[in-house]
Design a protein around this ligand. Structure first.
Ligand code: IMP
Length: 215
């Protein structure tokens, strides 16, 4: 049976960009979100072969360490012409300094090596797998995707990670040029959000969250 999330929730991330997005998404639901980073929890090794496996590694570790329900996201950008790379290794491509300028350059360099110059040859998508693990072991998984293409040079300074080089289908501006609201805001009319994480979150919210006014 599905459950309702309320009270304290650990966000199993050390990534400030993701934490900020998750806090904004959770704000209307009266859930008190604290992060694994703020609690100084160790970062578990992400040894899975799928986004959902890595998310589960993080949410299980945080739920076990805190005795609270834990929400983890594992996400990345998959470039078709690079056989899905950087994919699970999206964060690794930025190195220990988490510098995404060289990571984006690497994506571009590898596309050029494959002579991928047309929009069709530069197809890419972001994936987000969100998992909630409760301390008793109950788990629920929600996934979201957004399709588009890689542009060069990167455009815009908003967001984080690969945002400046990702142009979602049907839009003229990259994620790096969009406001937070445009990228991951939840439309009031219930229509589909834009970002992969917001899309996964909409599924999670429908299943597990109740708006504050319903309480
Ligand atoms: P994770 O912490 O292992 O899930 O790392 C995911 C990585 O994928 C991030 O560090 C970013 O490089 C990239 N990524 C995931 N979501 C986004 C996004 O919304 N915008 C830009 N980059 C993202």
């Amino acid at each position: 049976m599905s459950r309702t999330l309320s009270g304290k929730l650990v966000i199993a991330t050390h990534n400030k960009g993701k934490l900020a997005e998750m806090r904004e998404l959770l704000a209307p639901y009266g859930v008190e979100a604290i992060s694994a980073g703020e609690l100084n929890l160790p970062e578990p090794d992400e040894t899975g072969f799928m986004f959902s496996e890595n998310a589960a590694i993080k949410s299980r570790a945080a739920a076990k360490a805190t005795g609270l329900p834990a929400l983890a996201d594992d996400s990345g950008v998959c470039v078709d012409a690079l056989d899905g790379a950087p994919g699970l290794f999206s964060a690794n491509w930025a190195g220990p300094g988490k510098n995404f300028a060289p990571a984006m350059e690497r994506v571009e360099k590898e596309l050029q090596m494959r002579e991928a110059t047309t929009p069709e040859q530069r197809r890419a998508h972001f994936v987000s797998a969100l998992i909630v693990t409760w301390p008793d072991g109950h788990e629920e998984l929600f996934e979201g995707r957004v399709f588009g293409r890689v542009v060069w040079p990167p455009r815009g300074t908003n967001g984080f990670g690969y945002d400046p080089m990702f142009l979602p289908d049907g839009h003229q501006r990259t994620f790096g040029e969009m406001s937070a609201e445009e990228k991951h805001g939840l439309p009031a009319d219930g229509s589909e959000a834009l970002s992969h994480r917001a899309r996964a979150f909409q599924k999670l919210a429908r299943a597990l969250l109740r708006a504050k006014t319903d309480a």
